[in-house]
Design a protein around this ligand. Structure first.
Ligand code: SAH
Ligand code: SF4
Length: 437
């Protein structure tokens, strides 16, 4: 979501004549799109803003995103060289705020709360109408809803992104059609809980309909994030399996494999229900000849997590066999219910559990990748590998990174943004290697 917001900010500023520079010390305007899901992100913002303090170019510094929404006025009081603060619902006004600050050196803070944003209905419109400077010409983020109603007890998102608001399905489809007309091959539908898309509009979720409708626009690759297990319906599973452009990777955050921790997290499913969903998705995909992989998010060290709870998480990870997992050490967030829960697990124990989980996830990713050895898969190329300019890099349907040698006499740009068949001859933990067919 932040990447997408960042692309919109860049798009708006470019539409007004600004252009992107490589380093902050050449910039007249620096905009931070912030995240406060974990403490590390908070700390990073402070460090990065501090590092801009003595720049000769003396840029205007604007802070948006979740920290902007949460702290508002407090930010300019705490860090006097921040000039502009804007909330998650105020992106569309950023150019005005920057202009006002440039004019007289004043501090500009605009943070409206969720209720006010509903009344003005600025949020979703902003998502559709703003110009966007996309990172890759062939990939677009398409928000289908904003906000979250779930209040998982560890999570700050509902407090800084407001309640769920779905975009009309016609708007989503027409935006997808426009993007495809502009050469976009891959679309990622965005929402904190895409499976509940439409509940606020129609009284019931209609995400399956979105998948089928966007899938029918001619998009080559369709992805979405994030899918909450409690709202993953049979109809959505069917649409996922049956729609050919929907890529065979399901990101299904589990957070923990222990039922008592899941309950304390207010996730509203059990490990057994989660595993049942995984089996149902596998079965539906098998019937369609789709070789599906699963990825997930896991939190280690939630307050009160015992060794047995952690072992339940390890068991679940073994059972699912994830291709990828984002693992996090629990981070206490003020204002969330979990912040008041007591915890006496020593940090070293949590760190050991975390390390063991990371190792297991790596093994699992390695095993999953072996399944693609000696197969031919379509790869959407992005450019050269960061490490080796003689290698092309791209993404497989399952979202694996794939490297192939750049053919002699060709340039990476000849391949960037196109899909080519690749024969896989090496499968590692975090990437596949192959040759162009
Ligand atoms: N809406 C999505 C993603 C939310 S944030 C979802 O429900 O899956 C992305 C991930 O950050 C979460 O899935 C969770 O694993 C992690 N996360 C959120 N709050 C956290 C916290 N306080 N400490 C550690 N990890 C957290
Ligand atoms: Fe946070 Fe839970 Fe909402 Fe995801 S579903 S954004 S983890 S409250």
């Amino acid at each position: 979501m932040n990447k997408h917001d960042g692309e919109r900010v860049a798009g708006m500023l470019e539409a007004l004549g600004a252009h992107e520079v490589a380093d902050a010390d050449q910039a007249n305007i620096v905009v931070f799109m912030t995240c406060c899901v974990r403490e590390a992100a908070d700390v990073r913002l402070l460090g990065q803003v501090a590092s801009l303090k003595n720049l000769v170019s003396n840029p205007i510094i604007a802070v948006g995103g979740c920290i902007g929404q949460r702290d508002g006025e407090k930010l300019v009081q705490q860090i006097p060289h921040i000039d502009v603060v804007f909330g998650t619902h105020n992106i569309a006004h950023l150019p005005l705020l920057i202009a006002a600050s440039l004019e007289d050196g004043s501090k500009q803070v605009e943070v409206i709360d969720d209720a006010a944003s509903k009344e003005l209905s600025v949020d979703i419109e902003a998502a559709t109408d703003l110009p966007t400077q996309r990172e890759h010409a062939w990939h677009a983020w398409v928000p289908i809803m904003t906000g979250c109603n779930n209040f998982c007890t560890y999570c700050v998102v509902p407090y800084v992104r407001g309640r769920e608001k779905s975009r009309p399905i016609e708007d989503i489809v027409s935006e997808a059609e426009r993007l495809i007309g502009e050469g976009v091959l891959e679309i990622t539908l965005l929402g904190q809980n895409v499976n509940s898309y439409g509940r606020d509009l129609f009284g019931e979720p209609r995400f399956a309909e979105v998948l089928r409708a966007v899938g029918a626009t001619g998009v080559k690759r369709l992805r979405f994030t994030t899918s909450h297990p409690k709202d993953l319906s049979a109809d959505t599973i069917a649409a996922f399996a049956e729609t050919p452009s929907v890529m065979p990777q399901l990101h299904l955050p589990v957070q923990s494999g222990s039922n008592s921790i899941l309950e304390a997290m207010n996730r509203r499913y059990t490990a057994e229900q989660y595993l049942k969903l995984v089996r149902a998705v596998r079965k539906a995909c098998e019937e369609q000849g789709k070789d599906v992989v699963f990825s997930t998010d896991i939190i280690v060290g939630f307050p009160g997590e015992t060794e047995a709870d952690f072992e339940a998480t390890m068991d679940l990870v073994r059972e699912v066999g994830y291709s990828q997992a984002f693992t996090f050490i629990y981070s206490k967030r003020e204002g969330t219910p979990a912040a008041d829960m007591t915890d006496d697990t020593p940090h070293e124990v949590i760190q050991q559990r975390f390390d063991a989980l990371v190792e297991l996830v790596q093994e699992s990713a390695y095993q999953q990748n072996q399944r693609d050895l000696d197969t031919v898969i379509p790869v959407l190329f992005e450019g050269t590998s960061k490490r080796d300019p003689k290698m092309l890099s791209g993404k497989s349907p399952k979202n694996q990174t794939v490297h192939v040698p750049l053919p002699q006499g060709s340039a990476a740009k000849d391949y960037a943004g196109s899909i080519c068949e690749v024969h896989i001859n090496e499968a590692k933990t975090w990437y596949l290697r192959g040759s162009l067919v």
